[in-house]
Design a protein around this ligand. Structure first.
Ligand SMILES: Nc1ncnc2c1ncn2[C@@H]1O[C@H](COP(=O)(O)OP(=O)(O)OP(=O)(O)O)[C@@H](O)[C@H]1O
Length: 590
């Protein structure tokens, strides 16, 4: 079949088309130039009109009459004044021209000389890490051009870098933690120490984003947090890390309101991280975290406290409604841990019976029970010296079976005692917190993942990192919840904690001395124990008689852990092995 020739316009029309397009573009450009003032004034008039509409809509209905009257009076005065209308039109056009001007921000200029010098020296410092002898076109070379490697940069008022995006060669081993750590250390040192840097490695795009983080607020005091039952606020973090915020008051007198992103830990039967471990250097704030957790737990549950430090830091909780016991002696601690193990089993058995009978879970197994242990490792040596039961072995049952029984265990200890805590604690505490100064390696050893920020040399108390299960690592600041009986506590903080304490329910002769201004609570004071509550109110029918005796004996003043008070009755109870939960449940079902 013969081919028909293409129409002329399609065969040689492309050059003509391009010419016509060029002509049209030039005409449009010229027209835009000529009409530019008109376009500006029209845009300004539109903006003025919409501002007027907004103003009218924003005026309350009862004031609209007065506004209308004012506008009408102005129009009348202008109309009657000599040259008034002319002047009014000129003024309106001038206002419209001003309003309609192009407000696009001018393109940012490059860095000034000191900033450029900073970027240059940073580039030079990176050369040994981001270059290779075999690279024919190195991105980084001594005396090279830094503009191709730093695609974004920002500086603060003092000229220090606050944000930087760095390109690096694809052969850099960015998947290796050691290689990353070297670069992160270098960048934080060269960009200014004393600040926290957040690093995001884009392995696909070979880009590293560095951002300086604002310090977390340290002025948030203990206060009622707006949370659901089963939720505990561990502290506060960066807005980028969590979606949710909590309305909080802060400032010296709680005069300011602010929404702050919290780190919320969920406990209870559906929790995937039913128990928590908090560690830190001495004085880093782990006891404060435990106090904060206790105050929140008391809203919906009962609390028992074992204080291995024996410094009376929980005396303010003694005898309060819901606080079943505060123990700092070895004997009492053993009896208490044994009771918690028994109570866990009792709850499991009761729940199991109810399930088999097709009944709802009994009420007395649903109320959350919290076991808070501060420095349990301190009991290990005196227990071994006295040939007593190891308190750590008693934690196995509540840690393993606590979740379905609504029993939550929180352990706080020092960083160097991590190994001494025992396998059950390490295995079952999936919520983790590290407070105080710690190296990246120590943080990783506790949390199971490295922090994405550079650890600081100087950290305020209560500052650290938290990780819930296999989630991300969050920066954390624990709310200030000091011991109200400590002389060093400020009046505002003391009052904040006292306001959150439930009322006392122990008899007056068992009450710890009330706080008086200037009163000092002696260190190692005996801690008052309300274990009688356990014997009377809390299901003691399930606790063996020997243990009930032990509990009753320990319901008085107690010597600190290190001293220990051997006692026939308590020793007998303490050495009594709790029935394993599986066996108990199996027995109940037979
Ligand atoms: N989140 C916080 N906000 C403000 N101050 C805090 C915070 N946490 C702790 N502190 C203060 O730091 C000091 C030490 O706190 P805390 O006793 O809780 O530490 P610790 O880790 O338990 O130390 P130790 O084991 O030596 O008792 C206290 O004076 C306390 O008030």
């Amino acid at each position: 079949m013969a081919r028909r020739p293409l129409p002329r316009i399609l065969s040689n029309g492309s050059a003509q088309l391009a010419r016509s397009r060029e002509l049209a573009r030039t005409a449009a450009d010229s027209a835009t130039d000529v009409l530019h003032p008109l376009i500006t004034i029209t845009r300004g008039l539109r903006r003025l009109a919409s501002a007027g509409r907004r103003r009218w809509a924003g005026t309350p209905k009862d004031k609209r009459g007065a506004l209308l009257f004012l506008v009408a009076s102005v129009v009348l005065v202008v109309a009657l004044a000599p040259y008034g209308p002319l002047l009014a039109v000129i003024t309106l056009m001038a206002a419209a021209a001003w309003q309609g001007r192009d407000r696009a921000p001018s393109a940012p200029g490059g860095p000034d000389a000191p900033q450029a010098q900073r970027l240059k020296s940073l580039y030079e410092a990176l050369v040994p890490y981001f270059s290779a002898a075999e690279d024919p076109e190195p991105l980084y070379a001594h005396g090279g051009d830094w503009t191709g490697t730093f695609s974004e940069y920002e500086f603060d008022g003092t000229g220090r870098i606050t944000h930087l995006v760095i390109r690096y060669p694809a052969y850099f081993t960015d998947g290796e933690p050691a290689s990353r750590a070297r670069i992160e250390h270098l960048l934080s040192a060269k960009s200014g120490r004393g600040r926290e840097y957040h690093f995001v490695w884009d392995e696909e795009g070979n880009r590293l984003t560095v951002r300086v983080l604002a310090p977390l607020p340290t002025d948030i005091a203990a206060q009622p947090f707006v949370t659901a039952p089963g939720e505990t606020v561990l502290g506060f973090t960066d807005p980028t890390g969590v979606q949710r915020t909590l309305p909080l008051t802060h400032g010296t007198h709680g005069e300011e309101q602010r929404d702050v992103p919290p780190v919320v830990w969920r406990t209870g039967v559906r929790s995937t991280e039913p128990h928590l471990l908090a560690v830190g250097q001495p004085g880093s704030g782990t006891s404060t975290l435990l106090r904060s957790i206790a105050l929140q737990a008391l809203h919906h549950g009962d609390v028992v406290i074992v204080d291995g430090g024996g410094t009376g830091e929980y005396a303010c909780l003694t005898g309060r409604d819901g606080v079943l016991a505060v123990e700092c002696g070895l004997t009492g601690a053993l009896a208490l841990l044994e009771w918690v193990a028994q109570e866990t089993e009792r709850r499991l058995i009761a729940a199991n019976r109810a399930h088999r009978a097709g009944e709802p879970t009994p009420e007395d197994t649903r109320r959350p029970l919290w076991l808070l242990l501060d420095r349990p490792s301190a009991f290990a040596r005196p227990a071994a010296a006295d040939d007593r039961k190891d308190p750590r072995s008693l934690l196995q049952v509540p840690l393993r079976h606590g979740r379905p029984a609504n029993v939550t265990v929180v352990v706080a200890d020092q960083l160097d005692s991590l190994d001494a805590l025992g396998e059950p604690v390490r295995q079952h505490t999936r919520a983790r917190v590290v407070l105080g100064p710690a190296t990246a390696g120590q943080v990783e050893a506790v949390l199971g993942a490295p922090p994405h920020t550079t650890p600081l040399d100087q950290v305020p108390p209560g500052r650290g990192y938290a990780r819930l299960g296999s989630g991300p690592v969050h920066r954390l600041q624990v709310p200030a919840t000091p011991d109200p009986y400590d002389d060093a506590t400020s009046d505002a903080d003391r009052q904040a904690v006292l306001d959150l304490l439930p009322p006392r329910t122990t008899p007056a002769d068992e009450e710890p001395e009330r706080l008086e201004p200037g009163h000092v609570v002696p260190v190692n004071r005996p801690v008052f124990v309300s274990l009688d509550k356990l014997t009377t109110e809390k299901s003691l029918d399930k606790v063996p008689t020997e243990q009930a005796a032990a509990v009753a004996v320990t319901a008085g003043a107690e010597a600190p852990a290190e001293q220990g008070t051997p006692d026939g009755a308590t020793e007998e109870a303490a050495s009594k092995e709790p029935v394993p939960a599986e066996a108990a449940v199996a027995e109940s079902s037979s």
